[in-house]
Design a protein around this ligand. Structure first.
Ligand code: ZN
Length: 285
């Protein structure tokens, strides 16, 4: 049976334009419905067609186990809107003098960010043919990084559709770094990976800033924000630490918002320096 393939995104200023360009009346309707909250609790579920999407495990499986692998050869995904062709991630790392083990470590941290609040366990596998999330370098450079979410349409569901596979691809022709340094032209790998994993799990951008899932790269957040947590818990079960982590994130976000409103601190509305978008190209079936 054919699997419907779909979209999802991340990556560059060009993409923001693509988003605007594709926003017809129908898109606006979907957007309105899928943004559950605004402000510090903003999140948005990925809409594929008119439905959200998530991973399903076996009945009562907790935590949900998802496998991921780094592509070890050139691979093509003909029905993918994004990441249609990938090569090993070293193409990305070589250009930025980042060692493979450093990238692996950063990726582990990125997966762990989501594992702390949602009952999902990510397990690395060497089997690229079976892995549920594949990570690699783009062969046709575009933007910064993208995610492609593929739907399993063999078993239609009443609720969110079932994700069959997600592809995450990085642009090997731009520079990457590890850690924040204020240079918004060079993206941090851990942050970018965490953001893309959010897409791979079924989240979209709630807006330009304020959340890890926001589309602008501004080096303000390294962990999940209240909206990211609410969004992921709309789709997956909470860990026993989720409520505490969420409370802490909300207190911190409120404090930051208070600082901005009071005009103190160095934060202002909008990005601290350049507004290089992390906006995504958004394709719809
Ligand atoms: Zn994105």
């Amino acid at each position: 049976m054919a699997k419907a393939t779909l979209l999802a995104l991340t990556g560059s200023m060009l993409a923001t334009m693509a988003l605007v360009a594709s926003a017809g009346a129908e898109d606006r309707d979907i957007e309105t419905r899928s943004i559950e909250y605004r402000g510090i609790n903003a999140y948005r579920l990925l809409q594929i067609g008119r439905q959200s999407a998530k991973w399903y495990g076996a009945e009562n499986e907790a935590p949900l186990e998802l496998t991921y692998a780094y592509v070890d050869r050139r691979m093509s995904f003909t029905s993918a809107r994004n990441c249609g062709s990938m090569q090993p991630i070293r193409a990305v790392l070589n250009g930025s003098d980042i060692a493979p083990e450093v990238f692996r470590r950063e990726a582990k941290h990125a997966f762990a960010i989501w594992e702390t609040v949602a009952q999902i366990r990510f397990v690395e596998t060497g089997d690229v043919t079976k892995a549920q999330i594949l990570i690699g370098a783009q062969t046709q450079p575009l933007g910064r990084a993208f995610t492609n979410v593929e739907i399993d349409d063999r078993n239609p569901r009443d609720g969110p559709q079932a994700i069959a596979r997600s592809l995450i691809c990085f642009n090997p022709t731009v520079r990457w770094k590890v850690g924040y340094d204020g240079d918004l032209d060079v993206y941090d790998l851990r942050y970018t990976m965490a953001h893309e994993i959010g897409h791979a799990l079924g989240l979209d951008h709630p807006g330009a800033s304020g959340q890890l899932m926001a589309y602008r790269y501004d080096e303000r957040h390294q962990t999940l924000q209240p909206g990211d947590i609410d969004g992921i818990l709309k789709l997956y079960r909470p860990t026993r630490h989720a409520a505490r982590i969420r409370l802490r994130a909300e207190q911190e976000a409120s404090r930051q918002a208070g600082l901005r409103n009071a005009g103190t601190g160095n934060a202002t509305h909008g990005p601290s320096t350049g507004s290089l978008g992390l906006g995504d190209g958004r394709a719809r079936e």
